[in-house]
Design a protein around this ligand. Structure first.
Ligand SMILES: Cc1cc2nc3c(=O)[nH]c(=O)nc-3n(C[C@H](O)[C@H](O)[C@H](O)COP(=O)(O)O)c2cc1C
Length: 264
């Protein structure tokens, strides 16, 4: 059960969200790449403007050249236009996106030539997740640099990480290939939303012994999440969203256990 917010809590949380800005020391202000990284937001509303092929090719290239453990490149990208997505899945790309990439952790392709991490399903899976996620982030940032916005999705109705079982069948994934996230790309319709509540640097950095986030800051973050969600989606709530996730997570847990450990 999440806490109920008083009106004061709600207003305070919204003011905190609206006034939050990236903290950039004056000495490094104006760096274009840094600005691109800090400007990126998850965008959930796209215009009908198409993404040119060359622009999308450059985005994919950023994924291809991402770093990976032992340069194993444990990833594969299922790439779609709005049309090919509709033809394949029978529905539109979420949020009216113009391109989508289902990012897959791929511990299969290199097994076809040599067994790199024999009998280590959890390590193989984790390595694939780490590497493919880095490729995903590279693609999102390359997109942002080219004026294309994006959002990564676990839950898309049918085509995200939480539907791993469905996607395994639909994309005919062999053992060792796991759907991780769907990145939806497009030109943003309207201005970027405010930055969702991010933890302060002092709370997530430490030297020496682990410290962790203090309970008061954690509570403050939760209140901002609840208030921010209500402000963005007045007919829903953060709690309701978590409930939807929870149902899907139970099924995803079973699907992934079967996929990673071959255990039902
Ligand atoms: C792996 C991953 C999965 C995500 N899945 C979803 C999703 O299913 N639905 C959604 O609306 N946003 C999703 N997001 C976006 C997050 O909600 C978003 O990154 C977070 O709220 C922080 O906002 P920001 O990206 O604007 O900094 C996902 C992000 C990541 C990295």
């Amino acid at each position: 059960m999440l806490p109920r917010l008083s009106l004061f809590d709600f207003v305070r949380a919204i003011v905190r969200i609206l006034s939050a800005r990236p903290r950039v020391p004056p000495a490094v202000q104006g760096n274009r790449l840094l600005e691109t990284i800090l400007r990126r937001r998850s965008i959930r509303s796209f215009s009908r403007r198409e993404i040119p092929d060359e622009v999308f090719a450059a985005i994919l290239e950023a994924g291809r050249l991402a770093p990976s453990t032992v340069n194993l490149q444990t990833w594969a990208f299922a790439v779609f236009t709005a049309q090919s997505w509709k033809a394949f899945f029978g529905r539109s790309i979420p949020f009216n996106g113009q391109r989508a990439v289902i990012v897959l952790g791929d511990a299969h392709w290199n097994r076809t030539i040599a067994e790199m991490f024999a009998d280590s399903p959890l390590v193989s899976y984790t390595v694939a997740v780490i590497n493919a996620s880095l490729a995903a982030m590279s693609m999102s940032l390359a997109a942002e640099a080219l004026g294309v916005s994006s959002v990564m999705l676990s839950e898309t109705g049918r085509t995200g990480f939480l539907d791993a079982g469905y996607l395994k069948e639909k994309l005919a994934l062999p053992d060792g290939v796991f759907p991780l996230m769907t990145i939806v790309f497009g030109y943003a319709r309207g201005p970027y939303p405010p930055m969702p509540p991010k933890l302060p640097l002092e709370q997530i950095c430490f030297t020496g012994l682990y410290r962790g986030v203090t309970p008061a800051v954690a509570e403050d973050w939760l209140k901002q999440m609840i208030a921010g969600y209500k402000a963005a989606y007045p007919l829903s709530s953060f709690e309701r969203q978590l409930q939807i996730y929870r149902m899907k997570i139970d099924r995803a847990e079973r699907d992934l256990t079967a996929m990673v450990f071959h255990r039902r």
